[in-house]
Design a protein around this ligand. Structure first.
Ligand code: NAD
Length: 482
């Protein structure tokens, strides 16, 4: 696929333009320059927020049915552009084409789900609130919270965007979106689809750029009602600090260090498949990555034999290779970060079961073998920190109590998985885990109807489901003397 040499990185008030900042967009599988996106700065952010503020006056007054119809247009636009969007995801992010297809289908499902919720809003508007008094009556209104800033990372471009954008528009909010400077191409195409969807000018604005040039002024702009951020904990803290100065609402989706618990009665082959899927999908660059496997002592030996065999058989290849199972990491910086974690893990005394190196058949691109460690010290960075690469740590346990304690021993609490043949035990363990989502004998499937977000330092708030919509609404009670 060929790209124009440069692309305009600003879509403000229904117009495309170029900013001043040149963002080099790389294909991680070849290290070649794909194109240069000309992004914005503080001035562009201010213009975008002004456009959104003006548009909010009328967009906030539209009916849910009107907004739902536009969300359905966006879903259809994404469906019509599915192949192209998949190609952009794989070219810009390095993920296999079959994974890009899952991403694009998730985006369609998310816009359709929030179209349905938007259409249902009109009947719920001004609902009565029962009061313990005959002297007063009360009604409840749900109103859009205002102009919102959305800041997203590079690991699931478009998906993290859709999880914020669809509910924000459904609620009646106007939006300024800042995609990752590493992967702006899918969002630029999504913006082109939005431009054709019937959205009034200024309701949706896009400002490409770096975190410092665009993300920081966006988080600080006093006219925003809310910032919804997905990314690292370090940046999430900065966003929250800036938002605090004008008491803006914040939703944060941050890091994870998630466990898969393989109980003594587990189907070992299923456990191996789930461990590999959780650890190596998207080359492990997932906040929900399975980074720890806790396996019952009785199964450990067999589990490790089969896990090593499966991990070494995973075909690491170009994202467009029809046989590919795992693609490239997103860029040089992330590649070096993951290699650094592997080196530090070895220095800390962890034992490398397999992987840890560039595959021999791929001399270029940010490719890494699926990597598995055992004997990982509990106080090492490898065990405690988010790696965000295809690296899995395995440890055995002697009791379910110990397994739950090991899984919960983390600053994060995003997701967890359990493999067991005993349905009752599965539910008990799920209830004891400090995680926002627990999969039982299941791969990491996500549905827009079910909430996304975690405990502890993984999140503030929840995305998806009705909670994702409520995050963009204010609640107003009107109490009247009868
Ligand atoms: P990042 O924090 O470096 O960047 C995220 C976004 O913030 C980017 O758009 C970036 O430009 C912007 N940004 C950077 N500095 C900023 C600043 N000072 N002010 C405002 N914005 C700024 O994260 P990343 O490397 O792009 O993504 C990886 C991280 O995202 C991982 O930690 C991962 O766990 C997290 N993540 C979490 C979820 C979730 O749902 N919990 C989902 C995906 C990714």
């Amino acid at each position: 696929m060929t790209f124009p040499t440069t692309l305009d990185g600003l879509y403000i008030n229904g117009q495309w333009s170029a900013g001043r900042e040149h963002l080099r967009v790389i294909n991680p599988a070849t290290e070649a320059l794909l194109t240069t996106v000309i992004g914005g700065d503080e001035r562009a952010v201010a213009q975008a927020v002004s456009a959104a503020t003006e548009a909010f006056k009328s967009w906030s007054q539209t009916t849910g049915a009107e907004r739902g119809a536009i969300l359905r247009n966006i879903a259809n636009g994404v469906r019509n552009g599915r192949e192209h969007l998949m190609t952009l995801q794989s070219s810009n992010n390095g993920k296999p084409l079959f994974e890009a297809a899952i991403d694009v289908d998730d985006v369609i499902a998310t816009f359709e789900y929030y179209a349905e919720l938007a259409e249902g809003l009109d009947a719920q508007q001004d609902s009565n609130v029962p009061l313990p008094s005959d002297d007063f009556s009360a009604r409840l209104r749900r109103e859009p919270c205002g102009v919102v800033g959305l800041i997203v990372p590079w690991n699931f471009p478009m998906v993290t965007t859709a999880w914020k954008l669809a509910p924000a528009l459904a609620a009646g909010c106007c939006v300024v979106l800042k995609p990752s400077e590493v992967t702006p191409l899918p969002e630029l195409e999504l913006a082109a689809i939005m431009a054709e969807s019937g959205l009034p000018n200024g309701v949706f604005n896009l400002v490409c750029g770096t975190g410092l040039a665009v993300g920081a002024p966006l988080s600080a702009d006093p006219r925003l009602a809310k910032i919804s951020f997905t990314g690292s904990n370090a940046v999430g803290v900065q966003v929250m600090q800036r938002a605090a100065e004008t008491v803006k609402g914040v939703s944060l989706e941050l890091g994870g260090k998630s466990s898969l618990l393989v109980l003594a009665d587990a189907d070992i082959d299923l456990a191996v498949e789930l461990a590999c899927g959780g650890a190596f999908f998207n080359a492990g660059q997932m906040c929900s990555a399975t980074s720890r496997v806790l396996v019952a002592e009785a199964l450990e030996e067999q589990f490790l034999i089969r896990l090593q065999k499966r991990a070494q058989a995973i075909r690491v290849a170009d994202p467009f290779d029809p046989e590919v199972e795992m693609g490239a990491l997103v860029n040089q910086a992330q590649y070096q970060r993951v290699l650094g974690h592997i080196d530090r893990g070895l220095s800390a005394g962890a034992k490398l079961l397999c992987g840890g190196h560039r595959p021999e058949h791929l001399p270029r691109g940010y490719f890494l073998q699926p990597t598995v460690f055992t004997d990982v010290p509990l106080d090492s960075a490898l065990w405690c920190e988010e790696i965000f690469g295809p690296v899995l740590c395995v440890r055995s346990f002697s009791s379910e109590t110990e397994a739950i304690a090991l899984a919960n021993d983390s600053q994060f609490g995003l997701v967890a998985s359990v493999v067991t043949r005993d349905v009752e035990t599965a539910d008990c363990v799920a209830n004891a885990l400090q995680a926002g989502l627990v999969w039982l004998n299941a791969p990491q499937v996500i549905f827009p109807q079910a909430a996304w977000g975690g405990y502890k330092q993984s999140s503030i708030g929840r995305e998806l489901g009705p909670w994702g919509l409520a995050a963009f609404q204010e609640i107003k009670h009107v109490i009247r003397a009868v």
